[in-house]
Ligand binder design. Structure first.
Ligand SMILES: [Zn+2]
Ligand SMILES: [Zn+2]
Length: 206
C-alpha cells in the first residue's frame, strides 16, 4: 500500500499538479482535478480563513486549536472549524483530547472511528483522521445530516449509511493508543478521504 502524500487524490497516479487555490491537494491531470472540483471547492477557498494567522490563541499551556472539519446537520456543506485540544491526564498519562461540547457531541458517549487509509486508492496516510458523532443517532429522534449528504455522490445516497446529528473530523499525527500523540490540522485533501470513507459504509437497516 502506498504512503506518499503527493499522489493524485482521484486515482493511483503521481500527483504532479497541485491545486493553485489551496495548494494542499495533488492531481495527476486536469481531468482528475475537474472530477474532484465539485467536492473540493467546498473547502478550497475556506482554508484561507483557517491559516495560522487566524488560529485562536491557546487557553493556557495545555490548550491548542486545530483546524478540523464539521458536518453540521442543518448546514448545506461541511466547513472548517477550530477545535480546541487539551492535554488531559488519563490514568497518569497525558493525551491530547478535543473539546467536543461546542459541537453538540458528548465527549464520553461519542462514537469514534479512525480513518488511516483510503481503501479506494489503496493508500495509507501518515496521520489518522478521527470521526466523532453522537453514537445514538439512529434512535434518539435525530435529524438527517445535510452536510454529509451533500458530499455523497447522488447515485449512492440510498446505498450508503445515512448520517444524522453532527459529525466532526479531527486529526492526530498517529494512532492515539500511546499517550502524548500530538493533534494536528486537517487539510483540504482530507475531505476526499472522508468522502471515500462515507462511501464505504453500506446503508444500515436497523
Ligand atoms: Zn488522477
Ligand atoms: Zn484547492
Amino acid at each position: 500500500m502506498a504512503t506518499s502524500t503527493n499522489l493524485c487524490e482521484m486515482c493511483e497516479q503521481p500527483g504532479t499538479q497541485r491545486c493553485g487555490g489551496c495548494k494542499q491537494v495533488h492531481y495527476c491531470s486536469t481531468t482528475c482535478q475537474k472530477q474532484s472540483w465539485k467536492e473540493h471547492k467546498i473547502l478550497c477557498k475556506d482554508v484561507q480563513n483557517f491559516s495560522d494567522e487566524h488560529r485562536p490563541p491557546p487557553n493556557g499551556s495545555n490548550s491548542m486549536f486545530r483546524r478540523s472539519i464539521l458536518f453540521a446537520p442543518d448546514e448545506e456543506a461541511p466547513r472548517f472549524v477550530w477545535v480546541e485540544f487539551k492535554k488531559q491526564d488519563v490514568s497518569g498519562e497525558l493525551y491530547e483530547l478535543p473539546v467536543l461540547e461546542p459541537f453538540d457531541i458528548e465527549t464520553k458517549k461519542s462514537g469514534l472511528k479512525y480513518i488511516q487509509q483510503n481503501m479506494r486508492l489503496q493508500r495509507e496516510f501518515l496521520h489518522v483522521i478521527l470521526m466523532r458523532y453522537r453514537d445514538s443517532f439512529y434512535n434518539d429522534g435525530s435529524q438527517r445530516n445535510e452536510a454529509v449528504r451533500k458530499v455523497i455522490t447522488s447515485g449512492l445516497r440510498d446505498k450508503v449509511q445515512e448520517w444524522r446529528e453532527p459529525v466532526l473530523a479531527t486529526a492526530l499525527e498517529e494512532f492515539d493508543y500511546a499517550p502524548g500523540v500530538p493533534s494536528r490540522d486537517l487539510n483540504t485533501s482530507d475531505l476526499r478521504h472522508i468522502i471515500d470513507w462515507f462511501h464505504s459504509k453500506p446503508a444500515y437497516h436497523g
